[in-house]
Design a protein. Structure first.
Length: 173
């Protein structure tokens, strides 16, 4: 908790410092050359001009830009181009792409090969025979593996009940 507070203070200090640096940059210029927008240190954008609807739209919804982060409409820092973020999300997660993770389309031969290659002790001997639902859920390659998994869950629950203060033990624990 203390580290989060310290991090928040550090971020606030950085934002205030950037704001002061941006204002100082503009005040250092002769009055006729002040534009009230630019970059602090050539990196962090700032803009103190009154916002317009066109600038708001181009910062937060710009289909013509591939940039996720754009210059803010007012203040110091960046804005998020929501169009770019949503378009990228849809590209990865549309209904056509969901077919890639449909269990009915699973290449069983490749699945078993990858499990044998990278699964180690966890998958050793569990991938023989027909594929069952528990295999896809991490329970093993047979119904017996699913039963073993259920026993492990029951054991974990019993341990939890024993170690939680104020919890009565059942007769089997």
């Amino acid at each position: 908790m203390r580290t989060l507070r310290g991090l928040r203070r550090l971020v606030r200090l950085a934002v205030v410092g950037l704001f002061v640096a941006a204002v100082a940059t503009e005040l250092a210029k002769p009055e006729e050359e002040r534009t009230w927008h630019g970059r602090v240190g050539g990196v962090v954008p700032y803009d103190f001009r009154p916002p317009t609807w066109e600038r708001i739209r181009s910062a937060y919804w710009n289909p013509d830009s591939d940039s996720l982060f754009t210059d803010r409409v007012f203040g110091v820092g960046w804005a998020v181009n929501l169009y770019c973020a949503l378009a990228e999300r849809w590209r990865k997660r549309n209904t056509g792409m969901l077919e890639n993770i449909n269990p009915a389309n699973l290449d069983l031969k490749l699945y078993r090969e990858l499990c044998a290659r990278y699964g180690g002790k966890f998958t050793a001997g569990r991938l023989d025979g027909e594929l069952v639902a528990s295999e896809l859920e991490g329970g093993g390659g047979s119904d017996a593996g699913g039963a073993r998994h259920a026993q492990c869950v029951e054991r974990a629950v019993r341990r939890w009940r024993r170690h939680v203060p104020g919890r009565e033990r059942c007769a089997r624990c």
